[in-house]
Design a protein around this ligand. Structure first.
Ligand code: NAX
Length: 331
């Protein structure tokens, strides 16, 4: 019999929040890292949320998850990231009425800079970081700039929820189960300028545009539905996406850790090295291929002038965000 694996240290920030309340159970159950991988949850919160976090931890205890080897609750960055192999940065300050996007960027910069420093100083040498808290691409850029020791390929921001929304919409339009849709990637920013790439998406292995046969729907209805889906959920639920966001965190991690099926791609925002002519250093949504150990941005995809214009627009937005936080960037 092989020896039991050592527990994996997994940090979740903002763990008492809505997404955290769904996410930590899916990690504790073993769903994220597999049925033979024990985990220790390292849960970071701010002081006012510690009582709620204690409640979440009680519920984790009450699940009696055999793979949950420990729960650490803390407000201290050093404790939170100590030995972490995965840092899931969910906690952030939501946009409040009257707050400009630039205010939001700088408030969150104040959170993600110190977290980047703490990751560099205290996390495990194999740490991987997934930023969920919005604006996630630029928060990831800020954290990474404060942790230059952590290689570029370990940083990710989440576009998976947009990808899942896009896959579901394409499947509904084509009249097929969602599992028949593949190779869906969201390009650029996780914001309303994102480009969910329907041109390279596949339905039963065939190009989605030819299967769907309705260009106008793809260019207008589909794009705006995916770009505005988050706002629609808020309208309906009175709160932003939570369970589906946690589900997308699970999917993002699995898409990094598991080989990408042939003909498919993962959708992740990663540090640009100039792929497809995007500026270096931006945390940019791309199609990604993983072999289970490493990953690369998928090469050789083509875009129409229409798609290129959208990709350029989301690039411009990310450049403007980077300029807005320039004084919060580290090295
Ligand atoms: P909540 O407001 O329910 O929870 C956020 C939690 O973060 C709170 O418990 C708060 O106390 C904590 N927090 C705040 N500052 C902190 C700090 N400095 N250190 C540690 N914890 C801190 O938000 P929730 O609905 O869970 O969403 C979390 C973030 O995910 C938001 O920024 C949200 O915009 C973002 N989202 C990102 C998505 C994506 O696809 N990338 C989709 C879902 C979601 O909108």
């Amino acid at each position: 019999m092989s020896a039991a694996k050592a527990p994996l240290q997994v940090t979740v920030t903002g763990a008492a929040g809505q997404i955290g309340y769904s996410l930590v159970f899916r990690i504790g159950s073993g769903e994220m890292f597999g049925p033979d991988q024990p985990v220790v949850l390292r849960l970071l919160e701010i002081e006012p949320a510690m009582p709620a976090l204690a409640g979440t931890a009680m519920e984790l205890d009450d699940c009696a998850f055999p793979l949950l080897a420990g729960i650490e609750m803390t407000t201290d960055l050093k404790v939170a990231f100590d030995g972490a192999s995965w840092a899931l940065l969910v906690g952030s300050v939501p946009r409040k009425a009257g707050m400009e996007r630039n205010d939001l960027l700088s408030v969150n910069g104040g959170i993600f800079g110190p977290q980047g420093e703490a990751i560099a100083a205290h996390a495990a040498s194999d740490v991987r970081v997934l930023v969920v808290g919005n604006p996630c691409n630029t928060n990831c850029l800020i954290a990474r700039s404060h942790a230059p020791e952590v290689p570029d390929e370990r940083w990710f921001a989440m576009t998976r929820l947009d990808r899942n929304r896009a896959a579901t919409a394409l499947a509904a339009k084509a009249g097929v189960p969602v599992g028949a849709v593949s190779h869906v990637a969201v390009w650029g920013n996780h914001s309303s300028t994102q480009f969910p790439d329907f041109e390279n998406a596949l339905v039963n292995g065939q190009p989605a545009p030819s299967v769907i046969g309705d260009d106008q729907w793809l260019k207008e209805t589909f794009l705006s539905e995916i770009q505005q889906r988050g706002a629609k959920i808020i309208q309906a639920r009175g709160a932003s996406s939570a369970a589906s966001a946690a589900n997308a965190v699970v999917g993002s991690v699995q898409s990094i850790l598991s080989p990408t099926p042939p003909g498919d791609c993962a959708s992740l925002a990663v540090v640009s090295h100039g792929e497809y002519g995007r500026p270096e250093g931006l945390v940019f949504g791309y199609p990604v291929i993983s072999d289970g150990k490493g990953w690369h941005v998928e090469e050789g995809l083509r875009h129409s002038a229409f798609a290129q214009q959208r990709i350029d627009a989301t690039t411009e937005e990310l450049l403007a965000e980077r300029a807005a936080v320039s004084d919060l960037l580290g090295a």
